[in-house]
Ligand binder design. Structure first.
Ligand SMILES: *[C@@H]1O[C@H](CO)[C@@H](O)[C@H](O)[C@H]1NC(C)=O
Length: 422
């Protein structure tokens, strides 16, 4: 007899039309991928794109050497008239999604460490899980703290939200969702100091701290799977707010085990676009984030300072690469720090075009709420979406409603009127 947990997991798996393709890269074997340029082009080899880059256009066809003297090349590729665009969801999952993962590591995150070379050990003591990761003869240690909902057991395990920096626990626990936190500073300090468990293993690598935090989420999940049978490791959300929301987005991006990514008030290098950066808030940009906290990303991103319109990606590209897995984005209209409006009317709807095209439009949601930066009410605001993903609970709340921001800024992603025909 199948347990309820297995049924829920089976239901989640089959509701995403494209999931089997992602799970097996062998599918679509007759498709030839555009080769990823090697070495990766530098900023000056990309055209200036004042609107969001076309997510369907491979890097190979994005560089200016494709222009062949045309003065309209940048405009053409921005409007979806580029050559060699991805044509089918199969090609997206086989070619473009892996390319996006590569280019984001190259240009922003730094290269995620090879997990197959790591050994994870975990022990549980009450509500504490001690985690030790060994690689290359070195060991890094940190711990996670558990809060389990009443009734969770090995035979009735609860889904979990792993968070850094704290969250609104009560409504999640009341909804039957476990909450697990870890001290992100013990994984990687939010500074240039390169201290913490991640750097104990990987000091010297050109990797951003957002990636180190993402790694902390993933090793926490490994440890939960080994030691906490009351938690279902196949229904997992990741969250954090502001810089920690940028980290949560990276956590969702780099590990297919993450069922639901929940970036809160995340801003640039999160769900805030580099382009259209000043639509609301104090205008967080590539330039000032790189200057203020350069350690969040790798050094390559620094070469795009004052050239952010040459970036061949933007926040919508990161979100699109998470499909077909679920993503719900929080922003507050009173947020003085991040560009809530740019996230809501530019990055989110552009990513949704890709989710829709892949047949999984219901897996991405935008939650525009009142309140400021990291207001805890954001967690209640996204909870119905979380319950839909974890339990299949119906909700009448519309996560395509942009609230007071009203409608998408379609001029920011003109390629959307020319999505590849299926
Ligand atoms: C949990 O551990 C088992 C046994 O090692 C493994 O097969 C499974 O993929 C793991 N699940 C997750 C979500 O990591």
């Amino acid at each position: 007899m199948r347990t309820r947990r297995q049924l829920v997991v089976a239901a989640l798996a089959t509701s995403a039309v494209a999931t089997p393709v992602v799970e097996s890269r062998q599918a679509g074997g007759s498709i030839d991928c555009a080769p990823i340029p090697s070495p990766f082009p530098s900023w000056s080899q990309y055209p200036v794109q004042s609107s969001l880059p076309d997510p369907f256009l491979p890097l190979k066809y994005t560089t200016t050497d494709n222009a062949a003297g045309s003065s309209t090349f940048a405009k053409d590729i921005m409007t979806g008239k580029g050559q060699g665009r991805v044509k089918t969801p199969e090609e997206w999952y086989k070619c473009r999604q892996p390319e996006i993962l590569q280019l984001l590591q190259e240009y922003q995150y730094g290269y995620y460490p090879d997990h197959s070379q790591e050994k994870v050990e975990a022990t549980r003591s009450g509500s504490t899980v001690n985690i030790a990761v060994t690689a290359g003869g070195k060991t890094g240690k940190f711990r996670a703290t558990l809060s389990l909902p009443s009734g969770a057991s090995a035979s009735k395990p609860a889904p979990v939200v792993i968070n850094i920096g704290g969250m609104q626990n009560a409504p999640y626990l009341n909804a039957g969702i476990a909450v697990v936190g870890f001290d992100y500073t013990s994984v990687a300090a939010d500074s240039n100091s390169k201290t913490g468990a991640f750097w104990d293993l990987y000091k010297g690598r050109d990797i951003g701290v957002l990636t180190a935090w993402a790694w902390g989420f993933h090793r926490t999940l490994d440890a939960l799977n080994m030691t906490v049978r009351e938690i279902d490791p196949d229904r997992v959300g990741v969250t954090g707010c502001s810089r920690l929301g940028k980290g949560a987005l990276a956590a969702g991006l780099f590990d297919k085990r993450i069922t639901l990514t929940m970036p809160m008030s995340s801003g640039v290098q999160g769900m805030g676009p580099y382009r259209y950066h000043g639509l609301s808030g104090q205008d967080e940009t590539l330039e000032n984030s790189k200057q203020g906290a350069g350690w969040w990303s790798n050094s390559k991103l620094g070469t795009f300072v004052n050239h952010h319109e040459n970036l061949p990606f933007d926040a919508h590209t990161i979100a699109a690469a998470i499909a077909p897995r679920a993503l719900v984005i929080d922003q507050g209209t009173g947020d003085q720090f991040t560009d809530s409006k740019g996230t809501a009317i530019v990055a989110y709807p552009a990513a949704k075009v890709v989710y829709d095209w892949l047949g999984v439009g219901d897996k991405i949601g935008m939650s525009v709420r009142g309140g400021g930066h990291c207001d805890m009410s954001g967690f209640s605001s996204i909870l119905p979406f979380v319950q839909k993903v974890f339990f299949g609970t119906a909700t009448t709340k519309n996560y395509n409603d942009l609230g007071t921001y009203k409608s998408p800024m379609t001029t920011a992603f003109p390629w959307a009127t020319a999505v590849p025909k299926l």
